[in-house]
Every structure is written in C-alpha cells, then in structure tokens.
Write a protein that binds this ligand. Structure first.
Ligand code: BMA
Length: 832
C-alpha cells in the first residue's frame, strides 16, 4: 500500500518511492556524475577511460588492456592489478542554478574501498568501507567553470596487509586463505566483500572502483534522504502500526507539519515537528484504522509500498526432545524454508545486470524454493535483488558481511562497521522479503571448534571480541533500528542456547538447537543415516563441475582432462576433485571412454549426477523429518542447500552454473522442493514412503515397480486414501523390500527399481519420485539407449532459460547405462 509523506510549512510534498531514493522537498537539483571517467595507475603508465559505476578490472578489460579475467589462469596473471594504486578522475561544469543552492553534497553510493576524495585539488574526505554510502558537503569547494573530481584508491591487498602489521597486540586469524585458493591475505582487516580475496568456490579478484553511483545533490532548507517503513503487529490489541523513519538533511533548523498517510487503509496522522541542522533520523508511528486480516498479503507486491506481514523465530521446548525448536512463523503460520544460499553473482559487481538477477531469482522460484540466505562473505545485494524477492515471494535470510574469520575490534573498525550496519538496515528494512538478520557466517563455530588453533589462555579475549562486535554492537544497533524481525548472532548457532552459554556455545552444531551446517564428502551420501536430524539445515551440499559448454569459453584444448593444470587450478577446495570422484564411484561406473575429450565431458557430467542425487537424498531426509521426533531429534523446519549460484566457471556446490544454466541438481530441486512430494527410504531393509505436503489433501500413493529393461511397470501397488495435513510429513507406506519384490514378478534388487507418486481422487499431485534398490553400477538389464540429440539454436536458447524437465525416463534410459556413460549434456534441456 502506498505511503504518502507530506510536509507542510515547507510548502512541499512528495510521494515516498522506495528506499535509498533521495527526494527533493524544494526543487532539489541532482547532477549525475556517472559515466565516462579517466583512470590511471600509480606511476601513470596506464591512462584509460573508465565507466562509473565500475571497477578497475572491468575498465582494463573494456579498453583491451587485459583479456577476460576468467580465462584460464588469468586470476593469477592479473594479480598485479590489485597490487597497484589507482586514481579515478572526472570533470564537470557547474550550472548557475546549482551554485545558488544553500547546500551541495557530493554523494558516493559505494566506493570500493580505501579511497581519498579530492575536489579541485582539495581533500574532501576518505573512505574505507565498500558497504557504506558517503556524502561530503562541497559547496565551498565548487567553482565556476570546470571542476575536477578525483578519487585515489589504495591497493586493498597492501592496505589489508598494513592494517595487519599495525595490529601488533594479537593475531586476528586467519592470516591467509588456504594455498589451494590462490588468494590474498588479511581480508578480515578491510570492510570489503570477503570472498574477493578468494574463496573455496571463487577466484581472487580484489576489486577497486566506484562500484555504485556518484552525483551532486543541491538543495535549500532540507532534503529527505531516505524513508523506510516497518509494520508491527500488536497481538494484545490485534492492531497494526507502521513505524516510519525519515532521514532528513537540513541546512538550518526547520519547523513544520508532517502528515503521513496510507489512503488505502484510511489511516493518516499529522505531527508538528522540527529538524535540526545536519542529518537527523526521526521516527513516526501511524496506527492503522482498518482491521487487517493476518493473511499473507505482504510478500507479493513491489515497493513503493508498506507491507504487512509478521515474522517470528520460534525457539521453545519441544515435546519428546531435549533442546528448543527453531522455525519461522510467518503471519502466524509455521513455514518450512526450502531453498539455498546466495553468493556474489560476479567478481565484478558492475557486470551484474538486472537480467542476471531476475533469471537467478526466477530459477529459484521455478525450483519451488521459498527462501534464500544471502551469505555473509559476499555483498549486501543491490535494491533490485530485494525488490524481486518481495515480488516473487522469496524469503531472505540476510547475513551481515562477516565470514569464517575473527575480526579486529579497534575503535576505527567498530565505528565503520556501525555505520555500515545502520545504513544497510535503513536501506533494506522496508523489504518484507527479509525475514531475519544474522550477524555472521560460521564465526561462532570457528571459535567454538577452534578452527584457528587459538591457545586456550587467549580464548577469553577472542570470545570477548566476538561478543563485542556481534552482540554489543551489531545486534544492539539492528534491534534499535528494526523491531519487526528476529536477529540471530551467527549461523550455524544454537540460538537461545548459544546466548545462555555466553554467545559461543560449546557445540554450535548441536541438532537439538538452532541451525546446522553439515558437510561430509567421504561418507556415502545415499545413506540418510549419515545426516544430522537437525532443527534447521541452513547449509549442506556437494560439489560438481559445470558443463563443458560453460567451461569451454574460458579454456583451451590442453585443459580438457580431469588431471590437467586447469582442472586443478579451478578447484579451490582441498581434494575437491578427488572427493567428487570417490563419491561418484560409490554408485556409478566412472567414465572410461578412450577418447580423452569424451572421457572429460562424461566426467563433468557424472559429477552433476552424483551431486544431484546426494543433495536430493539429504533434502528428502530433512523434509521428511518435519513432523517427527526420533531419538530426541527432529522437527526439521528448513533445508537451504549450499549453494544456488556460481561466481565463475569452476567446480562448486552450486545448482546453477555461471551464465545461468541449470545443473542437474536444480532440476532435481524442482521436484524435491515441490509442495506435494513423496519420499522413500529404507530402514532395516524395509521400504518406507512418506507423503510430504504443504497443502491439506486427501492423498493415496501409487508405487510402480519397473525392471531396468522395460518402460512398462512389472507391477503396481496402491495405498488407500489418507488425509495428509498441510505442513506435515506422514508415513503412508511400509513394507519389507523382500516381500515387496517377492510379490512382483521376477524382480530382485539388481533388476528392478521403484517409482511412486501421490494422487487425489482424480489426478497425480506433485512430481513422481523414484527409489533405487541397488547402485546403478550394479543394476542388471540396463541397455544402451538409442537417442539422437540434435543441437539447435532452440537448445542454446534453453540453456539460458531452462524449461521444465522430466526425469525418471531420462534416468533409466540414459544416465545409468552400465558400460560407459552416455554424453547427454544438453539433454537436461529437453522440455517435458
Ligand atoms: C560453508 C560456507 C562457505 C563455504 C561452504 C563450502 O562453510 O559458509 O564458507 O564456501 O561452506 O565449503
């Protein structure tokens, strides 16, 4: 619903239109300084045009000084770029209108990162945090005619190293990333995208640049810098109120009347108010007259609106289980979060286009996801990301940008973090898609399980620093700024129990509390007993390679083998390539084609099959653990696998390749996250099938037993109709495998497999699922399929806009063919 902000007494009014937008109350003038600037390196040997917003790497590539930074080993070859200092310069001419304004601000929406700004040769200010917006008052420095604006940027690598050197009292680990990442050291000393110094799925490209917009804003009296709104629901009075925050920049003390109204709800309030000179934040509350239903109206509309929805994180005792529950209640209803983790979409943020964002987020929705976690080692995403999430109904778990490290707590550092947190919360809190703020990624776990070999005697000091940063500063600030959603200090964490234990629990991975991150590459992923029956699985996953069509443009022929330098160079996770092969070999024949290229492409492909099957098994385990407590554990209410997207063309845990192509996992996710879905597993040789449903339905189960040789079932079993309540997982079938097979032709574990589906009276509900009774490598009767694939432009188009896919037939006829693997790379893209 639209929010109107009317200021009278200043004779002006405006319509609120989105966060971080800046409005004039009296003919504010804006001079856009984006566009073509000049860029030079420290010794002046390079001088080139550079686009703003942008970064040094992108400018060098656009001007032909470097080739594609993602090509082969270029991440290492282009290390020199971030070891140099760079200067951006532009010139502009003042208009007569602008020069008579009372106040002129030079605004940078984002500087990456350590910058000195000067105007006409005079220092204006400094920057050291890429997550902050900066404005500098520059009226007195402007002159008639040409003005010269310069931003000098220090090498982020050298800056981080200097900061580290200056920090002599104790080590703030880790000092450097593992060698396999080929990255830079001390990223925790600079407030910048933490993964830009390398990660276990990403290259080291420590960017520098003016990564967001630059402009002049000139006004008289005052300007409204930002408006944000959060709705709060009062249970006791069954009433909504909307808290509205105005950030005002006033030239001088100004008094007047402020009217806030939401006409659609017939709610309006007027306040007599005044604003002091400088920037001030003022909060106002409007009570909503209309009685609003607590039904989901909120997640489906765009800003500039006020949205109404409630979110609670429920941590309370669970019958039959020690510990506390951990689930989200949205508009009064418990919701199982189904989704994934979001990492930066590109090393060079200026290359993230609206289409790329839309495509990824639509892909998440198309795979039946309802949630994404914006992971804390990347960036706070751009406004458009959250606008699309609001519109598509994607719930966002928003981390603050701290990951897998300890951080300094000197005053300067804390000060810049405080500014970052306040700005980001103010920018983002109007978005209903954000359902939780979370302080950091894995830093509680890093301390608790001693990732960094901190001597026992020094541990209290690190815990004190941890509490100071995330609790005394970040948590406190966030809760002052936003009372409409929960705050969690870390992920994984035991939540309320971690708090009881002084914010660092003895075991933050305890399945009886909070959320869990769980990875095991060695254990057999087909065995559900290896997974923790946690309350909430916020990270888990397996690596795979992207398809050949994604790798080909960044490699050459000599790279195309699994043992090549390129293949090991792109792998940033220790032993990752080997782990994928070992996990695959548990159930599949490894590719053995004599043609090396075919063997390579078959290998890339089979890693995707392995990954899809592993994440499917684990996710199914979490979904079916929703309604029960077994051995004191269960009531799982979230499954967010690691990770949705890729930053470059390399092996990773992602389900979508760089460029947008779906891996096999993403097609699988479309099924395993479906609203209605049957899941099978074996326990002591008994086959058990659960019906999982987000909707209340009377459902029956149909099980088809197929032999590996034929497309018609050998036999079919039907269960009777049963009510499956919405938001539950219910056992609907139980039979020893031996008796099931005995009643079905000549089936054995090696010759047959099962497919099964849920149905109501008239039709199938949800996708068909399958269960193997042996590893495909042991299956008997598989025949080589006779499939011809014709590549066409239609297929290529589909790579970027994947259609629905069908699976079981495809699997039984092609994937698991026993002798060698049929290359069906592009077959993923066949429509249903
Ligand atoms: C988790 C994440 C990331 C990492 C992933 C895979 O720990 O938080 O830091 O990329 O695992 O190792």
């Amino acid at each position: 619903m639209l929010l109107h902000v009317r200021l009278s007494g200043w004779a002006c009014w405006c319509l609120f239109s989105g966060v971080f937008s800046v409005f004039s109350l009296q003919q504010r003038l804006t001079v856009n300084l984006n566009g073509k600037w000049r860029l030079s390196n420290s010794n002046g040997s390079l001088l080139l045009p550079a686009q703003v917003p942008g970064c040094v790497h992108s400018a060098l590539q656009q001007q032909g000084y470097i080739t594609d930074p993602y090509f082969r080993f270029n991440d290492v070859s282009y290390r020199w770029i971030a070891l140099d200092n760079w200067t951006y310069t532009t010139t502009f001419t003042l208009s007569a209108e602008l020069s008579v304004k009372q106040k002129v601000l030079l605004v940078f929406d984002g500087v990456d990162t350590v910058g000195s700004v000067s105007l006409n040769g005079i220092a204006v200010g400094k920057t050291n945090n890429m997550f902050c917006r900066h404005d500098f008052s520059v009226k007195d420095l402007l002159k008639d005619g040409e003005n010269v604006l310069q931003v000098g940027l220090l090498s982020p690598i050298l800056y981080a190293s200097e900061q580290r050197k200056a920090h002599t009292s104790y080590v703030v680990p880790p000092e450097c990333p593992p060698g396999v990442q080929k990255g830079e050291c001390h990223v925790n000393f600079i407030r910048k995208e933490q993964s830009s110094f390398s990660w276990d799925w990403g290259p080291s490209f420590p960017t520098m640049g003016l990564w967001k917009g630059v402009r002049l804003e000139a006004f008289d009296i005052l300007q409204l810098v930002q408006v944000s709104s959060v709705p709060l629901y009062n249970d006791a009075f069954s009433q909504w109120r909307v808290q509205i925050e105005l950030l005002i920049d006033a030239v001088q003390t100004a008094r007047g009347q402020l009217t806030l109204s939401i006409p659609e709800l017939d709610s309006e309030q007027t306040f007599q108010t005044h604003f002091n000179p400088g920037k001030t934040k003022s909060n106002f509350t409007i009570l909503i007259n209309t009685v609003l239903e607590m039904t989901p109206v909120s997640l489906l509309c765009y800003p500039p609106q006020v949205y109404f929805r409630t979110v609670e994180l429920i941590q309370e005792p669970v019958v039959g289980s020690p510990g506390l529950s951990f689930y989200f209640r949205i508009n009064g209803k418990p919701i199982f979060l189904k989704g994934s983790n979001w990492i930066p979409v590109h090393s060079f943020q200026d290359q993230v286009t609206p289409d790329v964002l839309k495509n990824l987020l639509q892909s998440a929705v198309d795979a039946n996801m309802n949630a994404l976690r914006v992971w804390g080692g990347g960036v706070y995403e751009q406004d458009l990301f959250y606008e699309i999430c609001d519109e598509l109904g994607i719930m966002v778990w928003q981390d603050f940008m701290f990951a897998c490290a300890m951080y300094p707590t000197e005053t300067d550092f804390i000060q810049t973090v405080r500014e970052e947190v306040v700005q980001q919360v103010q920018r983002l809190k109007s978005h209903p898609s954000i359902i939780i703020w979370s302080g950091n990624n894995e830093n509680e776990a890093a301390l608790a399980t001693d990732w960094f070999d901190i001597p026992a005697s020094q541990r209290p000091k690190y815990i004190r620093d941890y509490v100071m940063l995330y609790v005394d500063n970040i948590k406190k600030l966030v809760q002052e700024e936003d009372q409409s959603r929960p705050f969690l200090v870390s992920s994984p964490t035991n939540g309320a129990e971690s708090e009881q234990e002084g914010w660092v629990a003895e075991n933050p991975y305890d399945p009886h509390y909070g959320d869990v991150h769980f990875y095991s590459y060695i254990l057999d992923c087909w065995d559900w007993r290896t997974f923790p029956r946690t309350r909430f699985a916020s990270e888990y996953g397996f690596q795979s390679w992207p398809s050949f069509s994604t790798l080909q443009p960044v490699s050459i022929k000599e790279d195309w083998s699994y043992g090549s330098n390129f293949t090991s160079h792109r792998q940033h996770h220790e032993d990752g390539n080997q782990q994928m092969i070992l996990q695959t070999a548990l159930h599949f024949h490894l590719p053995n084609a004599t043609d090396p290229l075919k063997r390579f492409t078959d290998t890339l492909y089979i890693t995707q099959v392995m990954q899809a099957q592993c994440v499917k098994t684990q996710t199914e385990f979490y979904r079916r653990s929703r309604s029960e407590i077994i051995e004191g554990k269960g009531h799982t209410m979230g499954a967010l696998y690691w990770q949705l997207n890729d930053i470059w063309q390399a092996p990773s845990w992602s389900s979508i390749e760089f460029g947008g192509k779906w891996k096999m996992l993403h097609y699988f996710a479309q099924s395993f996250f479906a609203a209605v879905f049957p899941v099978a597993f074996e326990e002591d040789d008994t086959l058990v099938i659960y019906a999982i449903s987000d909707l209340s339905r009377d459902l029956k189960l149909r099980v088809n037993v197929f032999s590996w040789t034929e497309l018609d079932p050998v036999c079919t079993l039907n269960s009777s109709m049963l009510l499956v309540p919405g938001g539950s997982a219910v056992a609907v079938f139980k039979q020893p495998v031996a008796s099931l097979l005995a009643g079905c032709g000549n089936c054995t574990r090696l010759t047959c497999l099962l497919t099964f589906q849920l149905e109501d009276d008239s039709s199938q509900q949800g996708p068909t699922n399958y269960h193997f009774l042996c590893s495909p490598k042991d299956a008997q009767g598989l025949r080589r399929p006779n499939i011809t694939v014709t590549a066409s432009s239609w297929l290529i188009a589909c790579a970027f806009n994947p259609p629905q896919a069908t699976f079981p037939l495809f699997i039984s006829t092609t994937l698991f063919s026993s002798s060698d693997v049929v290359v069906v790379q592009e077959l993923f893209l066949y429509p249903a």
